[in-house]
Design a protein around this ligand. Sequence first.
Ligand code: SF4
Ligand code: SF4
Length: 455
Amino acid sequence: MKDNGLEIIYSDDNPAIEKDDDKCIECGYCVKACRDEVTVAKMYDINKTKKPICIHCGQCTNLCPTEAVHERLDYLKVKSELERKDIVKTISIAPAVRVAIGEAFSLGEENYEGKIVSGLKKIGFDYVFDITFGADLTIMEEAMELVNRIKNKGILPMFTSCCPAWVQYAEIFYPEFLPNLSSCKSPITMQSTMIKTYFSEKEKIDASKILNVVVAPCTAKKKEVKRKEINRASDYFKISGINDTDYVLTTRELISLLNESNIDFNSLPSKEFSSPLGKGSSAGLLFGKTGGVMEAALRTAYYFLNGKDLEEDAIKFDEVRGIEGVREATLDLGKVTLRVAIVNGMKYAVSLLEKIKKKEVDYDFIEVMSCSYGCVGGGGEPKLTLLEMKERKKSRLESIEKEDKIAKIRLCHQNPEIKEIYEKFLETPSSKKAKQLLHTSFTDKSYLLRGEEHE
Ligand code: SF4
Ligand code: SF4
């Protein structure tokens, strides 16, 4: 556990990660992950903070060889909720889950969304939704926000805010950049709010009778869904006690849930996601990999700026693809030229943020994802050995890019279910209702570095 005197301590109230001391062999891998990959452990002095600081990214769980450090497990609670007859059970699957789950069943990194849907229906979920829909919704709001900031000379660069580990990092270590963060909630939290409001009204199901579960490649989502400011269904219905998301399971927990429910994953037939909230564009699917949020946003921002879609051969932005730690490009979007940057892994964020502060670089739009390769390298994905790590993460990423290449709908704003939800419920991107349900705010938490208690 100790490495050069540094030790990772997990608070008992950490909502995402816990440690079983009995299993710890003091190999120091968790320290390496937190200090060298995520940089959190070297960003603060515990003598001053008095408490450990954690952004809940889960990279320490990925490297721990003994399961001593692991995500807080919720899948058994979900399994027992499935026995209940008095509730409607919904579950939504994030993009990166479908291209990693096959590894647990010796199937590789193909897209296994059809088998996931079928397995989850078999164990008792009434509706299985696709968070690619939530990603499309995020892009509608985020691309509009970007265009508005550019047109109205608002605060730039705008940073993406769909990675909760990055949001926490900015709140604690770089609060001066909080006005730069997009006010959009993440795909998962948008999807959950839509399930408990739009879907509940449409299907005439009492929102307090919906059990809403999310499967993510991400441990930080376990913390994110507990943020008061992102939960909106209670306010919407003016009834207290409704959580937009009831449980977040990691991809690993989904595998355990299926295995412990005696599901033979390999023999499952393929089934379609439930509708509505079950259809996504391939741009939304790109959220699962580094550069994907940027690429999806650029495709729709082009439409908002120019009133027409990109030509088919210009839809793929080669400039933002790749796996380098920081990538930058200057892109012609018709009416504007945008300077963009992509940060692939938290360890690359600090030098870029410092350069921006010193005005050594200048951008309009920046994507930051805490995990290397993006969410396909998330802290809740199937564990990989150090030897296979690069190759497997690359395969997961390529599988998503392959899906984009062959997809019929490659633009978020062309998703028919997205068109319908704006027509029937949200009105327009950035409308008063959309702002109320789909946007959020951030808090300066640098007081934690001074050992102060504010919450
Ligand atoms: S979850 Fe991330 S920030 Fe928290 S201890 Fe582990 S590596 Fe560090
Ligand atoms: S990159 Fe994705 S998986 Fe990793 S912390 Fe951010 S949202 Fe979660």
